[in-house]
Design a protein around this ligand. Structure first.
Ligand SMILES: NC(=O)c1ccc[n+]([C@@H]2O[C@H](COP(=O)([O-])OP(=O)(O)OC[C@H]3O[C@@H](n4cnc5c(N)ncnc54)[C@H](O)[C@@H]3O)[C@@H](O)[C@H]2O)c1
Length: 441
C-alpha cells in the first residue's frame, strides 16, 4: 500500500519504517527540515535500538522516503497517518495545534476519493470528529474520505519489536471499508485486531496509559510503606504479581514515571473528565504520588549524607526517563537534579546515550551540572551515588570499584537494581525505594 506518515518522531519514524519493511511504499513527512535532510542522508534523529539499520535498508530499497512536502504526501498516499506531537498545554489539556494544522493541509489537498486519515497521535476523545470537520471544511466535502482512530502503544526502547509484534491493534471507525483496509495493513503482524467505534478507540489509549501509570504510583506507595515497616517491596510485588488478575508488569517501585506519554496522557484524561464535569479522583492521586517520588530519592540521598546535601557532590547514573532511549521528556532525573542543586549539592552525571538531550533539557531549565562520558568517572570523589535510570550497564557495575572512588560508600538505588544484602556486604550504606531495611538485616 502507499502510505504517508506525518511527523517523524519516535512514533512516526518507527511506524513508517516498519510498514516499509513489510513491503509498503512509505513517504514520511515532517515540518522539521533539518530532521528530514538528516534522514535523507541516513542520520537518525533519535536513539532507538535497531532503527538505524531498518531505515537504511528500506531507504536503500526505495520503499522509505522522506519529505517536508505534506501536499505531495497527501496526493501520493491511500492512507495518511497523523503521528505529530500532542504535548500538554499548561492546563494539562493536549495541544492539538499540530494535528489541526496537518488536518487543514490534508483537507486542502485531497485529490481522490476514499483516502483514509489515521489519527495515530494520542488525542483526546472526540478528536476524530474535530479532524473530520476540519478536513471536510477545507476540502468542501468532496472527495469522500474517512478518519480512523488507530492509537499507538509502542514503548520507546523496544519500539521496533512492539510495532512488529503488537499485543493488539485498535481500529476505531464505523466505516467498514476503512476498517477492513486498515486491518489488512496490520493483519501480517497480529491476529489481535480490535475494531470498535472511534470514540472508544480514543478512550482505549488513555485508559491503557492511565492504568499503567496507576500501577506504578500504587506500587510506589506500597514501597514507601515498605520502607517505613521494614518490608521488601520486590518480594511483595513478585508474590502479588503471580496473581493472574494482577500480573507482575509495571509493579517496579522507583523514582517515578516520566517520558512523553504517561505524564501527558494522565493530565489529558483528567482534563477530558473535568470538561465533562467529572473529577477523576484516582488519577489525580496517581499524578500527585508521581510528583513526589523523585523527591523521595533525594530524601534517601539526604539521609545517606547525614541530613545535609549542601556542599556535597552526588554522582548520578542515568538521565533518560527510562533505559534504551535518549528521551528526556518529563524525566524524573530533572526533578532530582533541580532539588539537589536547590539544596546546594553539586551533581556529576553519566548516561549511556542521553548526554546530549539531557544537556539541552537542563539548559532549558537553567540547571547546571557536569555530565561525564564514563560511568565510573561520575563517581570519582563524589560523596554518594544515586541510580535514577536502570540501564543494564549499571546493574552489572563493578561496585568494588565504585566504593574505591566515592569519598564514602553510599548508594541510593532509585530503581531497586541492586541486591540490598550484597551491597551491604560490600560495605555500602544503602537506601532504595522500598527495600532499604534489607541492607541492615
Ligand atoms: N513516544 C512514544 O513512546 C509514544 C507512544 C505512543 C503514542 N505516542 C503519541 O504519538 C504522538 C507522537 O509522539 P512522538 O513521541 O513520536 O513525538 P515526537 O515529538 O518525537 O515527534 C513529533 C514529530 O512531529 C513533527 N511535527 C510537528 N508538527 C508537525 C506538522 N504540523 N507537520 C508535520 N510534522 C510535524 C515534529 O517535528 C516531530 O518530528 C504523540 O501524540 C504521542 O503521545 C507516543
Amino acid at each position: 500500500m502507499k502510505l504517508a506518515v506525518v511527523g517523524t518522531g519516535y512514533v512516526g519514524l518507527v511506524t513508517g519504517t516498519c510498514f516499509a519493511d513489510l513491503g509498503n511504499e512509505v513517504l514520511c513527512v515532517d515540518i522539521d527540515e533539518e530532521k528530514i535532510n538528516g534522514l535523507k542522508r541516513g542520520r537518525i534523529p533519535i536513539y532507538e535500538p535497531g532503527l538505524e539499520e531498518l531505515v537504511k535498508r528500506n531507504s536503500a530499497a526505495g520503499r522509505l522516503r522522506f519529505s517536508t512536502e505534506l501536499p505531495e504526501a497527501v496526493r501520493f498516499a491511500e492512507i495518511i497517518f497523523i503521528a505529530v506531537g500532542t504535548p500538554p498545554l499548561p492546563s494539562g489539556e493536549a495541544d492539538l495545534s499540530a494535528v489541526r494544522s496537518v488536518a487543514r493541509t490534508i483537507g486542502a489537498n485531497l485529490d481522490a476519493p476514499d483516502k483514509i486519515v489515521i489519527n495515530k497521535s494520542t488525542v483526546p476523545v472526540g478528536t476524530g470528529d474535530v479532524v473530520t470537520a476540519i478536513i471536510a471544511e477545507e476540502s468542501g466535502g468532496e472527495p469522500p474520505f474517512c478518519v480512523v482512530s488507530n492509537p499507538e502503544f509502542l514503548r520507546e526502547g523496544s519500539a521496533i519489536g512492539d510495532s512488529m509484534e503488537p499485543d493488539r491493534v485498535v481500529i476505531g471507525t464505523d466505516d467498514k471499508y476503512a476498517a477492513e483496509k486498515v486491518a489488512a495493513l496490520y493483519r501480517v503482524l497480529t491476529k489481535n485486531i480490535v475494531i470498535t467505534d472511534r470514540l472508544s478507540a480514543e478512550m482505549i489509549k488513555y485508559t491503557s496509559n492511565a492504568l499503567l501509570a496507576t500501577k506504578i504510583s500504587f506500587i510506589n506507595e506500597i514501597a514507601n510503606i515498605c520502607d517505613l515497616v521494614g518490608a521488601d517491596v520486590e518480594a511483595v510485588a513478585d508474590a502479588v504479581g503471580l496473581d493472574s488478575r494482577i500480573c507482575r508488569a509495571f509493579l517496579n517501585a522507583g523514582a517515578g514515571y516520566g517520558g512523553s506519554c504517561f505524564p501527558k496522557d494522565t493530565k489529558a484524561l483528567i482534563d477530558t473528565a473535568a470538561k465533562h464535569g467529572y473529577d477523576f479522583q484516582v488519577l489525580n492521586a496517581v499524578e500527585a504520588v508521581n510528583a513526589q517520588q523523585p523527591l523521595r530519592l533525594v530524601d534517601r540521598l539526604r539521609e545517606l549524607l547525614d541530613g545535609e546535601l549542601s556542599g556535597r557532590t552526588v554522582a548520578l547514573w542515568g538521565l533518560s526517563f527510562k533505559p534504551n532511549t535518549d528521551d528526556m521528556r518529563e524525566a524524573p532525573s530533572l526533578i532530582v537534579i533541580e532539588k539537589l542543586l536547590a539544596e546546594g549539592a553539586r551533581v556529576r552525571a553519566y548516561d549511556p546515550v542521553a548526554a546530549e538531550t539531557a544537556a539541552e533539557a537542563l539548559d532549558e531549565l537553567g540547571l547546571s551540572i557536569e555530565i561525564v562520558d564514563e560511568m565510573y568517572a561520575a563517581c570519582d570523589g563524589a560523596d554518594a551515588l544515586a541510580v535514577i535510570t536502570e540501564w543494564n550497564q549499571f546493574k552489572d557495575a563493578d561496585l568494588e570499584r565504585v566504593k574505591g572512588l566515592l569519598s564514602a560508600p553510599r548508594l541510593a538505588d532509585g530503581r531497586n537494581i541492586y541486591n540490598p544484602a550484597e551491597v551491604a556486604e560490600l560495605g555500602f550504606t544503602y537506601r532504595s525505594m522500598g527495600r532499604s531495611a534489607l541492607a541492615e538485616r
